[in-house]
Design a protein around this ligand. Structure first.
Ligand SMILES: [Cu+2]
Length: 269
């Protein structure tokens, strides 16, 4: 029955088409900002994407090769009357070859990605800047603590917000990530940043954006029934003055609500 080889060929053609198409359509398989689908907005984003593409090329070429072999073998060695199957134990040489080639590819990827990994994850690579905020994940929100006018965290003038991350364009942003209950994962898809939030640990995370605008922060670790509620806003400000304006407004709001609650505690006088 050669029909099977035709069926395999169709499935292979469809998948190979998807492989060939994907590098030319980043918006199809990589999260980019909605209004500029081809523009990766961060330095790490570009590095991560080039790693994705290299892996896509390697797996794509191997995939195309194995699919062609699969279709050819199922076509060429179809069951025919009178054809007798032969059995053999295996080929040591073949096994050595198909072990060494993937191992070499894995070693290449492991070495090739080291620089990117180091610049995103090694603490020695963290930018020497004041943190933008301390972010504590909890079921089910991101509690964000921004340094107030004194520029320092954990002082009386800190600004407390929920699900609202702000930082400035073209400047390295550093946050301290915590969790107060279970594992969460701090995920900035358009910036290609992902870091687990681990109870008991304070983990520095840094990133940048060369484009101002609105992006997303998600939790990428299924952390309970309300996991989806951790989708949050990210705002990248055009410049420091813009950011300072925003923070001033938040400080005013916070002071007002504190006054209001103090007022209410005193019986509304
Ligand atoms: Cu979560």
């Amino acid at each position: 029955m050669r029909y099977w080889s035709v069926l395999f060929a169709l499935a292979a053609l469809f998948s190979i088409g998807a492989f060939v198409y994907s590098p030319f359509s980043p918006n199809w398989w990589l999260p980019n900002s909605a209004d500029e689908p081809y523009h990766v907005v961060s330095k790490f984003g570009r590095e991560i994407d080039s790693l994705f593409l290299i892996i896509l090329w390697i797996t794509g070429i191997v995939f195309i090769g194995t699919q062609i072999a699969l279709v050819w073998v199922s076509y060429r060695y179809v069951d025919r009357p009178g054809a007798v199957a032969t059995y053999f134990h295996g080929s040591q040489r073949l096994e050595v070859i198909w072990t060494i080639i993937p191992a070499a590819i894995l070693v290449f990827i492991a070495l090739y990605q080291m620089g990117t990994w180091a610049s995103i994850k090694f603490r020695s690579a963290a930018p020497k800047v004041q943190p933008v905020a301390e972010i504590t994940a909890r079921q089910f929100q991101w509690v964000m603590r921004y340094p107030g006018p004194d520029g320092r965290l954990h002082t009386a003038d800190d600004v407390h917000l929920v699900n609202d991350l702000h930082f400035v364009k073209n400047k390295p942003a550093l946050i301290y990530l915590k969790s107060s209950d279970v594992l969460h994962s701090f995920f900035l898809p358009q910036l290609r940043i992902k870091q687990d939030a681990v109870p008991g640990l304070t983990i520095p995370v840094w990133f940048d954006s060369d484009r101002s605008g609105a992006f997303e922060l998600l939790c990428a670790e299924l952390c309970g029934w309300g996991h989806y509620k951790m989708r949050s806003n990210v705002t990248v400000h055009e410049n420091q003055a813009d950011y300072d304006d925003w923070l001033q407004r938040k400080i005013r709001d916070q002071n007002q609500s504190q006054l209001a609650s103090a007022d209410a505690a005193q019986g509304g006088k």
